[in-house]
Design a protein around this ligand. Structure first.
Ligand code: FRU
Length: 492
C-alpha cells in the first residue's frame, strides 16, 4: 500500500474511524489506532520539543494485515496530534509490511531503521527457513514527518548462515562514537538470539557479534532494545517459546531484559539472567528512548500475540489494541524500576483521600482512575476490588490479579511478593496497569467489562495506611481530519 492507495482507502473507510470514536471501550489515556489494528510501538524519539510515537498499523482492518507506520506526536504527553502515516510498504524491499524498527537522532536528523517484510510465495516456503526476506532499511528524516529515500542496508545474505529467515526489528545503540545495531532473530536450530552489527557512519554495517544464552531460551527473540540505564547495559527482548515455570513466564510469549556485560575493547558481550518486565496478561514489544530531560521512557504494546484469551470486544467498533502508558525506567539495586510519568498527574480531576482501615469505596462511571495505597508499614493482607469481577489480593506473600468474565479468558496471575508497601493502580475504560512497591513490579492487563458504573473498594486490609483515589481525565487528541472527529472523541 503506497500513500495514494492509503488516501483513496481513507475516504472509503472513513466510517471505521467514526465508528471507533463512538466506542465506550475506547481508551481515554492510552494511544490506540484511529481505526483498525495497532501493534508494536516503533521509532520512539524526541526531536526538539516534540516526541514522536510511531506504531505498527493496519488502518482499514481491525485484524492482522500489511503494516504501515502510524504516527502520533506530543509535546506534553497529554495532548497528542495524529500525523499522516510515516512509512508505507511501497517498495520491493518492504512490499508485505513496513515492520518494526526504531529511531536514532543524530545532529538534528532522525535515522530510522526498520524491517522490510517480503513474502516469497512463488517458491516452496515455510516462512521460517524459506520464503521470506527480512530487509533492514534505513530512512533519514529532518522532521520525523517526511521520510527521505529508503536505503537497503542489510538483507538475509548479510545475516550469519545459521540464521533462519526470521531476523528483524533493528534498534541502534551508541557506545564510544560507534553505532551498534541489534536485531532479533531465530537460528535455524530454533534458538532465539540478538545479532549485533557495527558501523561508524550509520550507513555501512558489518557483523559484530551474537547475543544469546548458552541453552536456548525460546526459539525466537523479537523486538530487541539495547541501552544503558544508571550505569548498567540492558538488553530488552521478547523471547517466544519459553516454557512456563511456576509463576514465571506465564504469558505465551515473554517480554523482559538481560543485564549485559559489554566491553567492546575486550570484545566482550555477555548476558546475565533474564528478568521479566511485567507480570500481567498483556504486554509485548516494548521500546525505550531517552527524552530531552534524560529520562529513559518505555512504551509497550498492550497485548500478547497469539494469546488464547480474547481481544475482540472492540472489533465490532472497527478498532483493536492499545499501547501502555509511558513509563520512566531506572535501574536500582540490580533491578529495573518502572514508574508512571510525572505528566500523568495532570490527568487528575478530583481527589479523595481516606485511611485504608476505614475500607473506603469509590464510584466511577468510566473506570478511569488512579488509586494509590501507601502502607504505614508493610501490609499483611489486602483485598481490593477494581471492577465487579476484578480483584487484587495480597495474602501469604503472594499477590494475585483475579479476573472474572470481564477478563475474557484472562483468569488469574500470581506473583511471589515478600512485602507489600505501596500499590498504584492506573485504570482506564478497558485496561489496568498495577504498579507494585513503587514500580518494582508491574502487571498490565486489558479488561472488557460491560457495566459502565463500577464500584472500587478496599474490601479488607491487615495493616494501616492511606488510600488516595483520583478520577482521571482523557488525553486530548487532535485528529488529522479536524474538528469533526475531535467532537466525536467521546473521551472528553
Ligand atoms: C512483534 C512483531 C515484530 C514485527 C512486527 C510486525 O509484535 O512480530 O517482530 O516486526 O510485530 O508487525
Amino acid at each position: 500500500m503506497n500513500r495514494e492507495d492509503y488516501e483513496r482507502q481513507y475516504e472509503q473507510y472513513r466510517y471505521m474511524r467514526e465508528n471507533a470514536q463512538t466506542d465506550r471501550k475506547r481508551l481515554h489515556y492510552h494511544l490506540m489506532a484511529p481505526s483498525g489494528w495497532l501493534n508494536d510501538p516503533n521509532g520512539l524519539c524526541q526531536l526538539g520539543d516534540t516526541c514522536h510515537i510511531y506504531f505498527q498499523y493496519t488502518p482499514f482492518r481491525a485484524g492482522w494485515g500489511t503494516k504501515l507506520w502510524g504516527h502520533y506526536t506530543t509535546r506534553d504527553w497529554i495532548c497528542f496530534q495524529e500525523q499522516e502515516p510515516f512509512l508505507f510498504p511501497d517498495c520491493p524491499w518492504d512490499r508485505d509490511g513496513a515492520y518494526s524498527g526504531s529511531a536514532f537522532v543524530k545532529e538534528g536528523e532522525v535515522h530510522f531503521f526498520y524491517t522490510g517484510n517480503v513474502k516469497l510465495l512463488d517458491k516452496p516456503y515455510d516462512y521460517v527457513t524459506e520464503g521470506r526476506e527480512q530487509n533492514t532499511i534505513h530512512v533519514v528524516s529532518k522532521d520525523g514527518c517526511c521520510p527521505g529515500e529508503k536505503r537497503l542496508v542489510l538483507t538475509n545474505e548479510d545475516y550469519p548462515k545459521d540464521m533462519s529467515k526470521h531476523v528483524r526489528d533493528p534498534k541502534i545503540y551508541e557506545r564510544d562514537n560507534r553505532y551498534y545495531m541489534v536485531l532479533g532473530g531465530r537460528e535455524r536450530e530454533d534458538k532465539g538470539c540478538a545479532l549485533l552489527f557495527v558501523s561508524d557512519d550509520l550507513e555501512q554495517w558489518s557483523y559484530y557479534d551474537r547475543l544469546t544464552t548458552e541453552k536456548a531460551f525460546g526459539y525466537m527473540w523479537e523486538c530487541p532494545d539495547l541501552f544503558d540505564l544508571d550505569g548498567q547495559t540492558l538488553l530488552m527482548v521478547c523471547p517466544q517459546g519459553v516454557e512456563k515455570k511456576g509463576y514465571k513466564y506465564q504469558n505465551l510469549y515473554q517480554c523482559g531484559y538481560f543485564p549485559v556485560k559489554f566491553d567492546p575493547e575486550k570484545g566482550l558481550c555477555r548476558l546475565g539472567d533474564f528478568q521479566e518486565l511485567d507480570y500481567g496478561f498483556d504486554i509485548y514489544a516494548p521500546q525505550t528512548f531517552r527524552d530531552a530531560k534524560g529520562r529513559r521512557i518505555l512504551i509497550g504494546w498492550m497485548a500478547v500475540p497469539d494469546a488464547k484469551y480474547r481481544y475482540d470486544a472492540t472489533v465490532c467498533k472497527d478498532w483493536i489494541h492499545g499501547l501502555t502508558m509511558p513509563r520512566v525506567l531506572s535501574f536500582e539495586n540490580g533491578r529495573l524500576m518502572q514508574r508512571p510519568m510525572e505528566e500523568m498527574k495532570r490527568l487528575r480531576i478530583s481527589r479523595c483521600q481516606d485511611r485504608m482501615e476505614s475500607l473506603p469505596k469509590w464510584r466511577t462511571k468510566d473506570s478511569c482512575f488512579e488509586l494509590q495505597i501507601q502502607a504505614g508499614s508493610p501490609l499483611k493482607e489486602l483485598r481490593l476490588q477494581l471492577r465487579e469481577d476484578v480483584y487484587v489480593i495480597y495474602r501469604n506473600q503472594k499477590l494475585t490479579l483475579l479476573m472474572g468474565e470481564s477478563g475474557q479468558g484472562r483468569g488469574e496471575r500470581t506473583i511471589e511478593l515478600e512485602q507489600l508497601t505501596e500499590l498504584t493502580v492506573f485504570s482506564d475504560t478497558s485496561s489496568l496497569e498495577i504498579f507494585v512497591n513503587d514500580g518494582e513490579t508491574v502487571l498490565t492487563s486489558r479488561v472488557f467489562g460491560e457495566n459502565e458504573m463500577q464500584q472500587v473498594q478496599i474490601l479488607s486490609a491487615r495493616g494501616e495506611g492511606r488510600a488516595e483515589f483520583y478520577e482521571l481525565s482523557a488525553y486530548k487528541t487532535e485528529w488529522i481530519c479536524g474538528a469533526e472527529s475531535l467532537l466525536l472523541t467521546g473521551a472528553q
